[in-house]
Design a binder for this molecule. Structure first.
Ligand code: IVH
Length: 591
């Protein structure tokens, strides 16, 4: 998109919008462990923001996401201040940018282009960053990156990881005196991840979308006995604070970690020049498929520690390191049909049914088509051969049609006029790309609202998954969230695949959800434009749901972070008699 033509006012609006979007995706990735977009899409947003900030320096802010590290901190963990900040790494997607990185280092260090620099190329494991602090050889604490300065204390959880020693040292290397902080990544190997998901599916629990989300979610469990049942793995790849002197090269630092009994990744290579780095990059583009864990790229690190010190860091990342990220894997397959899925807000999303195809290690059957405009813009027809792409963590998407493979029978798609679930009208509101089912009692919407209410990030009713919700709604047991609180164990035990024990568990879970904080409750109501953040802001301002329900628009507008659209939507929600009745019934149930 051409953005050179923006007026300063437009640039301002765009910058604000980008910051908000990036911050939302930061929360989804680092705190909720449920990203909605690929790393590549995320990086493009950050690049666009950085370019605008460079062009309009007056609009730059200290706390812009281009200059700060998104936090992974979540409730329930004590803070740990890192003795040395835990930074992030600058990303590139093109081999030429790795060359530019090398040229930049030569320039900054005042070296001639002819004198090659030495690098270590490592795998960029897609997991969660961790800092392990050892004191006189004993593990003192383990902390997440947090916002780079203060992280979460996850020691109890990390102690359950078999590969992480409680004490350092071996015959070859005595324990280092004083502080020795090893840094690395916590992750799941794919077979372990699949076993975990199979177990969860059998218990009717929500499955994790990928190993990275599973690792992030597991590390932040509040009960370390649950963590102990999941086989997390770890590799260490750096030293943070250290009282004793370190070896002069990174390669030797890694060997030292090994000698101390800390797990490192064997797949590392010393490259004597940037050309050798690029060779390694080329090999891993395909080589990564034979690994039994996910990597999202390579990390290229300057080997000489003294040169590193001379280069230093920006606010976000050290200058001596760069990540080369792999692009999303693509594949071609046939689009066999288009189906409409209706979500909790009534939005009707077209989904492509594909001839199954293997992409990035998993078989893809479906891909999102977003909305009617996207189908028209890409001229997608039923029967087309399409290119699909999987960014690792997101639902795969259809990138484009291979027009040269059209043979005639492909059919134009007409967006249905009525909801495939309830038969109600599908309408398109003026300002939206989406079609919506306008029938609020549409079973698909009811199911969506129940699943949203039960979600881990909302009222946390573990065990209320989609199979069960289907049965509850289709069987006429539940019509809205308040009905959940009238369910008895006897009634549940009559359902398919529901043993007495799990029925009892579920009833207890539902009961426990009554005590969730106000923010979760507000979020769970599904007020349009009020997500997790908005709900948190509202809960901080109002002491009860009644106070919120009674608040006039101007009071809402005085809350920092609540704009006109959100305020109006809140007023609309609380002036709807149906919603007021629902709240009354929730209250009567003790929520
Ligand atoms: S070095 C500032 N090496 O990638 C440099 N990081 O996108 C310290 N990561 O926060 C990190 N594999 O969580 C390094 N071999 C590796 C890595 C690695 C994965 C993660 C790490 C970091 C993130 C940056």
């Amino acid at each position: 998109m051409e953005r050179d033509e923006l007026t300063p006012l437009e640039a301002h609006a765009r910058i604000e919008a980008l910051r908000e979007r990036i911050e939302r995706h930061n929360r989804l990735y680092y705190q909720a462990a449920r990203p909605e977009i690929s790393d590549r899409e995320y990086d493009l947003l950050v690049d666009e923001l950085a370019a605008l900030e460079e062009k309009y320096p007056d609009l730059t802010r200290e706390n812009s996401p281009t200059r700060t590290i998104a936090t992974d901190r979540t409730e329930g963990f004590a803070p740990v201040t890192h003795p040395v900040p835990m930074l992030s790494i600058a990303n590139t997607y093109a081999p030429e940018e790795v060359r530019e990185f090398d040229a930049r280092l030569h320039r900054m260090l005042g070296l001639e282009a002819g004198r090659p620099l030495e690098y270590v190329v490592e795998l960029k494991i897609d997991g969660v960053a961790i800092a392990l602090m050892y004191e006189d050889g004993r593990l003192r604490y383990a902390a997440t990156r947090g916002n780079g300065v203060v992280g979460d204390d996850v020691t109890a959880n990390v102690r359950t990881i078999r590969k992480i020693p409680a004490a350092l040292a071996s015959a070859a290397a005595p324990a280092p005196p004083g502080r020795f902080e090893a840094r690395g990544e916590i992750f799941f190997r794919r077979p372990d991840f699949e076993r975990l998901n199979d177990d969860r599916a059998r218990q009717g629990l929500e499955v994790f979308a990928n190993p990275r989300n599973a690792a992030a979610g597991t590390l932040k469990l509040l009960d370390s006995r649950l963590v102990a049942r999941r086989p997390l793995d770890a590799v260490l790849y750096a030293v943070g604070a250290a009282d004793a002197p370190l070896p002069p090269t990174h390669a030797e630092v890694l060997d030292r970690l090994d000698a101390l009994g800390l797990p490192t990744n064997r797949e590392r290579r010393i490259c004597r020049s940037v050309d050798e780095v690029l060779e390694a990059v080329g090999r891993w583009e395909t080589g990564r498929r034979r690994l039994d864990y996910d990597i999202d790229g390579l990390v290229v690190k300057l080997n000489d520690m003294a040169l590193r010190d001379r280069l230093g860091a920006t606010a976000k990342s050290p200058r001596w390191v760069i990540a080369y990220k792999f692009s999303a894997e693509q594949a071609q397959t046939r689009l066999e049909a288009i189906e409409i899925q209706v979500g909790r807000t009534g939005v009707a999303t077209p989904v492509a049914h594909l001839k199954p195809v293997l992409v990035a290690g998993s078989t893809i059957h479906r891909a999102t088509l977003h909305n009617a405009d996207e189908i028209a813009r890409k001229d997608i027809r039923v029967g087309d051969t399409v290119v699909i792409e999987k960014g690792g963590e997101v639902i795969p998407k259809v990138v484009r049609v291979v027009e040269s493979l059209r043979s005639g029978p492909e059919k134009l798609y007409e967006f249905p006029a009525s909801c495939p679930v309830c038969g109600g009208a599908l309408r398109r509101l003026d300002d939206e790309a989406a079609h919506r089912c306008v029938n609020a009692s549409c079973p698909a919407q009811i199911k969506g609202r129940l699943l949203h209410w039960a979600a881990r990030s909302v009222m946390e009713i573990d065990g209320l998954g989609d199979k069960l919700v289907d049965q509850l709604v289709d069987g006429g047991h539940v019509r809205d969230i308040a009905d959940l609180y009238g369910l008895g164990a006897g009634q549940l035990a009559g359902l398919e695949r529901m043993a007495e024990k799990s029925a009892g568990n579920l009833v207890r879970q539902i009961e426990a959800s009554k005590a969730r904080p106000l923010g979760a409750l507000i979020h769970g109501l599904g007020i349009r434009f009020v997500g997790a953040t908005g709900a948190r802001l509202l809960a901080r301002h109002f002491e009860s749901l009644d106070a919120l329900a009674a608040a006039p628009e101007d009071e809402l507008l005085r809350i920092d972070g609540i704009g006109e659209i959100v305020a109006r939507s809140i007023r609309e929600f609380f002036s709807e008699p149906r919603n007021l009745r629902l709240i009354e019934r929730l209250r009567a149930a003790g929520v």
